[in-house]
Design a protein around this ligand. Structure first.
Ligand code: ZN
Length: 413
């Protein structure tokens, strides 16, 4: 059993992320903390104690989100919210999500100590779930707060051991009516501090990333239908080779993406070949297409054009094509006013930063559709994430906390 009390008073973000990583620590030095499991419960309870020790009033909502509140003297019905998610992927890193919570607690603690009560209420939140790593549903934490997710979305869901979502939630002590209702109508804004999970900041020598947009994503399954035949006796001109077509389409997709816009990314990450036998020409290939960009019109025009080209290539190859679009998430702009608060501070203090898009979704993607939202990144060493090797330097973690603290000060005091 892990002791939930910290052995020392933790002053740095590094110390605190190390401490939090003990809840769910894996053999390889990573963290596995899945929604509502034992380690998740212990982590939330430990964080609650930390929030109380930091002088915050703590409470849970009925989805399992944990809050620490620093009450404002004047404006109490428009809450400035900061934080991130406590859950991880299996054998994930110490910083993804956890850092944003730790940073929020440290920033609030330090603000309270230095300046006392703010004018406007600030809360830090440890969101119960973002990753979708236990149940096939993401953003359960931020989704409950904003109303995007409801109980009806979890009725059919089970984890890999057959436990239903509702059973897991109830076993951890949560569920409708157990605590304060999760949906909130009193939020003024949301600020999330997160590791980049990419290597742009490190490569460019920047300490902070200020996110302008979370990119939109479109995902497709493309099915190419050819004709199976003997690999030795079918002359090249007579073939309807699905692999050949799939290869041509993949090359076209990637070359066009490179030509179109530096921020456009397109990926074929999965390919299934039938019958997948060395001496048989493939009759079918199904492959995935993932396209992302921060501007919806560009996503739209690129996707339309690329699939027209796909059809033309298939005609030439005499193969059939079926395109299924199964995900279509629009880009989410972050709040320019909030971003400007942070960039002003960074300019003033001569801290190197980059205004950038986020190629990954975060809780900010959900909040950003609901309240003014700001997403701030600190560097990830070599861009490694969702891995025990995830690492951010202590001084970068600290820099992020200071920026968050100063941004919150500008807003609330
Ligand atoms: Zn995350």
């Amino acid at each position: 059993m892990i002791k939930t009390d910290p052995p020392i008073e933790m002053k740095t973000a590094y110390e605190m992320t190390e401490w939090l990583a003990r809840y769910g620590q894996t053999e390889r030095g990573g963290v596995t903390r899945l929604l509502y499991d034992q380690k998740w419960q212990e982590a939330q309870q430990a964080l609650q104690k930390e929030m109380e020790a930091a002088g915050l009033v703590s409470y849970f909502d009925d989805a399992g989100n944990l809050y620490g509140r620093l009450e404002g003297a004047e404006k109490t019905d428009a809450v400035i919210l900061t934080g991130s998610h406590i859950d991880t992927v299996a054998d994930g890193g110490k910083y993804d999500g956890a850092y944003g919570i730790v940073a929020g607690i440290l920033a609030l603690k330090s603000l309270f100590k230095q300046y006392g009560q703010p004018k406007q209420t600030i809360e830090v939140v440890s969101l119960c779930e973002e990753e979708g790593s236990r149940f096939p549903l993401t953003y359960w934490g931020s989704g409950n707060i904003t109303g995007l997710r409801k109980e009806e979305h979890i009725q059919e869901l089970k984890d890999s051991s057959g436990t239903t979502f509702t059973e897991a939630m109830n076993a951890a002590g949560f569920g409708l009516g157990h605590f304060r209702k999760a949906k909130r109508d009193d939020l003024d804004c949301f600020i999330e501090l997160h590791i980049e999970q990419g290597e742009v900041l490190e490569r460019e020598g920047k300490a902070v990333g200020v996110v302008s947009h979370i990119v939109g994503q479109r995902r497709y399954n493309v099915t190419i239908t050819g004709e199976s035949n003997h690999a030795g006796t079918t002359p090249m001109p007579y073939r309807k080779d699905a692999v050949y077509t799939a290869a041509a389409l993949t090359q076209t997709l990637i070359e066009q993406a490179k030509k179109t816009d530096p921020d456009l990314v397109a990926t074929v990450g999965r390919m299934e070949i039938k019958p997948n036998i060395p001496n048989v020409i493939a009759r079918e290939v199904v492959f995935s297409v993932d396209i992302r960009h921060s501007e919806e019109p560009l996503l739209e025009s690129f996707s339309t054009a690329i699939f027209e080209t796909f059809e033309q290539i298939c005609q030439v190859h005499q193969t059939g094509i079926h395109i299924e679009n199964w995900m279509n998430e629009k880009p989410v702009p972050m709040c320019q006013k909030l971003s400007a608060l942070s960039t002003d501070i960074l300019e003033r203090e001569q801290i190197p930063y980059k205004v950038m898009t986020s190629g990954a979704g975060h809780d900010s993607q959900v909040f950003g559709q609901y309240v003014p939202t700001s997403l701030l990144f600190v560097p990830s060493h070599r861009g490694i994430s969702h891995s025990p090797d995830e690492y951010t330097k202590s001084e970068d973690l600290e820099q992020g906390v200071q920026l968050l603290k100063k941004t919150l000060y500008e807003l609330a005091y």
